[in-house]
Design a protein around this ligand. Structure first.
Ligand code: GLN
Length: 485
């Protein structure tokens, strides 16, 4: 068994027993990167020198008997989290030369937990997309089928875990960008509750929706990563001052008598039959573990996509106003005056999808349209949130498919933004409501593509998600295939 193919908890056991060193683990992961990265393109930038220094530090700590929860564990970071002294591009030309002077809080926290950083993972430009095809640095490919997309926007973070180019990774999820690529790449992905993980140093897309979370190879590793990431941060005003439990305590606790809500609006025509069958099978496994399925309704589901595609672009248009060629990043050359510099910088610096979002958002926020669009969308958002409040009075968790289809082909949806937006149909409501959600592998299509089931819980109930996901993972015993590559 190669070290790169192991989980956090397996590697930690070996480190504790002194059977491997952090340096050996890092070398194994970088050898794997050398072997497969050309095909997959998970990374915008590798951080090998930094990683080997961190691994040496980890080995020195271990010698002193200090083993922290992530000591010596190679982790990839989506290139949307700021890394001090290491370029952070957000997948965009406009930030291709941006070197942050500080670390995001999650980077500090992972570092404090002993992690080794492999590199900065590829992503859709400014996290806008579902396929990682809008990256200025070229697309990432799905390790299970190189003709297909890995999902997005955190496609590089998901493919890096699936292809064993890291042991775990960090992504961000504004409308599904952790859960959707996790499902399409066959790994575990969690979007925590809004406010659970600090976003200080996360480049903002839509501030009322963005949340950082982990990708891992199994549910136990997800709990370990959440232990490292969660918690209040005085530097981030939306992070919540609430106790963080030890997430590992939830693993494997039984779910007898739990009510599992099945929202009728999520089991509609148009879902790929293989996805539907796999999710139904997941439901029967959960039932066999003592869960009781109950029918629920989330009546405002049909408005989620419309509401999201007002609110997210509106907030994006405001957040992205800062990229003007003055403060940081790309600046257009050969201009006559300031106005032309602004225009040319943004014209040349942003890609088509980002421009589309800025235009939609600017329109939706403009005087005379604000009430009709942003105002109305915010009202409907409150109804969507209320749907979940009502649902969680009747059930412990909600079970849905993560995505309507398995991974699609590169180029298949790039000319049709609406088709692309539809791939997030089951994940977007979670962000609008601010609740936590998790995607867990639930099988493979006949063509060998991974499929995912999504669990949703009420605010700050990540523990419940880990509980049901760990019980499900064990009982379902999904075959542990690896991509051929
Ligand atoms: N695919 C969605 C979008 O394009 C969600 C992206 C995300 O979660 N960052 O906006």
């Amino acid at each position: 068994m190669e070290l790169y193919s192991l989980t956090i908890h397996e590697l930690q056991d070996l480190l504790k027993k002194g059977e491997v060193s952090a340096r050996e683990i890092a070398e194994s992961v970088f050898a794997r990167v050398d072997a497969v990265e050309e095909k997959v393109h998970s990374y915008i930038r590798l951080m090998k020198d930094e990683a080997l220094a961190q691994a040496a530090q980890a080995d020195a700590d271990i010698k002193k008997g200090e083993i922290k929860p992530l000591t010596g564990i190679p982790v990839a970071l989506k290139d949307i989290v700021c890394t001090k002294g290491v370029p952070t591009t957000c997948g965009s030309r406009i930030l291709h030369n941006f070197v942050p002077p500080y670390n995001a809080t999650v980077v500090e926290k992972l570092s404090a937990a002993g992690a080794v950083f492999v590199g900065k993972a590829n992503m859709d430009e400014f996290a806008m997309g579902s396929s990682t095809e809008t990256s200025y640095f070229g697309p990432t490919r799905n390790p299970w089928d190189l003709e297909r997309i890995p999902g997005g926007s955190s496609g590089g973070s998901a493919s890096a875990v699936a292809a064993d180019e890291c042991i775990a990774s960090i992504g961000s999820d504004t409308g599904g960008s952790i859960r959707q690529p996790a499902a399409l790449c066959g790994v575990v992905g969690m979007k925590p509750t809004y406010g659970r993980v600090s976003r200080f140093g996360l480049i903002a897309f839509a501030s009322s929706l963005d949340q950082i979370g982990p990708f891992t190879k199994d549910v136990e590793d997800c709990a370990i990563m959440m232990n490292a990431l969660a918690g209040y941060d005085p530097k981030e005003s939306t992070s919540v001052q609430a106790d963080v439990p030890d997430y590992r305590q939830f693993l494997g606790r039984d779910i007898k008598g739990w009510k599992i809500g099945i929202p009728k609006e999520y089991f509609v025509e148009g879902i790929d039959p293989e996805v539907a069958a796999a999710v139904e099978k997941a439901m029967s496994v959960v039932k066999a573990c003592g869960g009781e399925a109950i029918d629920i309704s989330l009546p405002h589901t049909q408005y989620c996509l419309a509401v999201y595609y007002i609110i997210a672009p509106a907030e994006a248009s405001s957040n992205l106003a800062r990229y003007d060629g003055v403060k940081y990043g790309y600046r257009a050359q050969g201009v006559r005056d300031l106005a032309e510099m602004y225009k040319k910088t943004r014209q040349e610096g942003f890609g088509a999808e980002v421009k589309r979002r800025i235009m939609i958002g600017t329109y939706a926020l403009s005087a005379g349209y604000y009430d009709a669009y942003y105002g109305k969308a915010s009202q409907v958002r409150a109804l969507i949130r209320r749907d979940f409040d009502e649902a969680f009075k009747r059930c412990d968790v909600i079970l849905t498919p993560t995505t309507p289809t398995p991974a699609f082909k590169l180029g298949e949806k790039t000319d049709d933004p609406l088709q692309m937006y539809l791939s997030d149909i089951f994940t977007i409501s979670t962000n609008l409501a601010g609740i936590p959600g998790m995607s867990v592998p639930c099988g493979f299509s006949k063509a060998g593509l991974p499929l995912g089931v999504q669990f949703l819980a009420n605010h700050f109930e990540e523990g419940k998600l880990l509980q049901i996901a760990s019980v499900y993972e064990k009982a379902a015993a999904i075959e542990k295939r690896r991509p051929a590559l």
